[in-house]
Design a protein around this ligand. Structure first.
Ligand code: SAM
Length: 274
């Protein structure tokens, strides 16, 4: 994730600054292709993504072996969560705020020919899992678990605004065994009030005793890709933990219900709903 102050920003300082959009403009200005090409063509394209992808397979072992259902909240155009959960989850839901991302997610589920190539990310996940599946087999298994692509907005009391695409006649669960949300809650927000609302929204989608898998960045003021920038909420570790606790999530690192991994300003955590 190219965040303000990074080396990449310094390299770009001689060219005119990319336009800076508000967090709420993700639905209009997010470009799935530029995002995927910028961060996911190789798992090592971006330090933040590398870290999340590196720790993800390991942190999954903090979750139950068998997960009834998982929702990836604010997945953008990405499918690494379904791929990483393919053996553990019975049913996988994905979601985003931007129509362009929901369309990209649907095209991947439908295995459309021109979809983004996830092979490098699959190989990276596979190397950490030490599994022997082909990238195609990994994606096919993940696709077979997909139930729906949802329209979501973490700033609305009804977070799930609609069903964009569904593979199942089953109604969408009101709450999920696991909700994952990576680089979303602080990027969907600009103020503390908005961030607190976003966290409360994410937690409202978790059933009692269920889990939140959250990844994100601390201390950023914006992020950039494809010649555009988006403002974000400047998250601190204190606010991260206090907001989870306020919403009834475990933040006690001595308990089995909480684990956080940091590297510089990037974090990934699992927290259980009390
Ligand atoms: C930086 S991307 C993260 C995408 C993906 N989770 C990843 O790990 O690469 C931020 C995502 O948050 C979504 N988002 C922005 N505002 C939102 C809102 N109000 N509700 C839900 N998602 C939102 C954007 O559409 C975008 O896909």
């Amino acid at each position: 994730m190219a965040v303000e102050g990074s080396e990449e920003d310094e390299r770009r300082s001689s060219s005119p600054p990319a336009p800076l959009f508000a967090a709420k403009d993700h639905d209009v200005h997010f470009e799935p292709e530029a995002y995927l090409n910028g961060f996911y063509t190789a798992a090592t394209n971006d330090g933040a993504m590398t870290l999340v992808l590196f720790f993800l397979p390991g942190i999954l072992y903090r979750l139950p072996d068998k997960i009834d259902n998982i929702l990836d909240l604010g997945a953008g155009p990405t499918v690494y969560i379904p791929i990483a959960f393919r053996h553990r989850a019975d049913a996988i839901y994905t979601s985003d705020y931007a129509l362009a991302n929901r369309t990209t997610l649907t095209e991947w589920i439908q295995a459309k020919k021109d979809s983004f190539d996830w092979t490098n990310v699959c190989k990276w996940i596979q190397s950490i899992e030490a599994s022997r599946e082909s990238s195609e087999a990994m994606q096919q298994l993940a696709r077979s678990k997909m139930r729906a692509v949802l329209e979501v907005n973490v700033h609305k009391p009804d977070v799930v605004q609609g069903v964009h695409f569904s593979t199942s006649a089953e109604p969408v669960p009101k709450q999920f065994h696991v909700v994952s949300t990576v680089f979303c809650l602080e990027y969907a927000s600009e103020t503390l009030d908005q961030y607190e609302m976003a966290v409360a929204s994410a937690v409202s989608l978790i059933r009692p005793g269920g889990y939140l898998l959250q990844g994100g960045v601390l201390h950023a003021t914006e992020y950039s890709f494809g010649n555009r920038r988006f403002r974000c909420f400047t998250l601190t570790q204190e606010v991260l933990l206090a907001t989870l606790e306020k919403n009834g999530m475990c933040v006690d690192s001595k308990s089995s219900g909480f684990k956080i991994i940091h590297n510089d300003d990037i974090f990934i955590l699992v927290s259980q709903k009390k």
